[in-house]
Design a protein around this ligand. Sequence first.
Ligand code: R5P
Length: 275
Amino acid sequence: MDWGLQNRLSRIIKPDTGKTVMLAVDHGYFMGPTHKLEQPRKTIEPLLPHADALMLTRGVLRNSVDPRANIPVVLRVSGGASIVGSSLANETITTSVEDALRLNVSAMALSIFVGSEYEHQSLANLGRLVNEGEKHGIPVLAVTAVGKELEKRDARYLALSCRIAAELGAHFVKTYFCEDFGKVVAGCPVPLVVAGGPKLETEMDAFQLASDAIREGAVGVDMGRNIWQSEHPVPMIRAIREIVHHGLNVREAKEVYEDAKKSRIPLMASPRRPN
Ligand code: R5P
């Protein structure tokens, strides 16, 4: 792997633990002003010190993130569909690699829709983006998207999508957690991060998801709604960090969450413990 590409990737997947907590705030690109992400700057700012990377579009990056923020950016470069349109899968590449370079991003992200009527188009998009990324040393994150068909998220389907993404050259893949997630990991030769998906009923459910995903081989999370739609987003991301980077179990993570809720001092990122 090219030095620049490897260097960029290591800004996201932290070499000291081999893990990452990515904060996903790209939802507006097809969902508009999503609940609790109506004003992205307000949502993002308090969470920034606790995230290893930020996943978002160029519009939100330019308008809602201080350019002096020292946070690796995973730039969503696919889009072109909306939640009220006929198909979420009908995406194209919306952002040039030149713009990604200008924004000094650490990776570019694009969705693939395996099994949809736009399967070929989205996979061809991925191939093209990897070609461009390789030219410039920018890693590509493939997102195995399911559009509105959330029920598709089983191990057989996700293993198929993740493997195809890796075969086409994605440098890491974002997918959903599922039963038998180990099979998805086993069939995918590049690192996997898991999305949180729609807000779960309790914080404990989100801790469980993160903990199970890490135990079964994910290198981290790329989580959005289960963090910033929580009543306590900073305590939430702090607890998730502890699970991902330090292997805390769900009960221990809940303690971190409750302690952080009580904390009156500004909530800074927890120092990293050695492995
Ligand atoms: C979906 O494709 C979006 O790209 C989100 O980044 C992704 O779903 C992760 O966010 P959440 O944890 O809210 O599902």
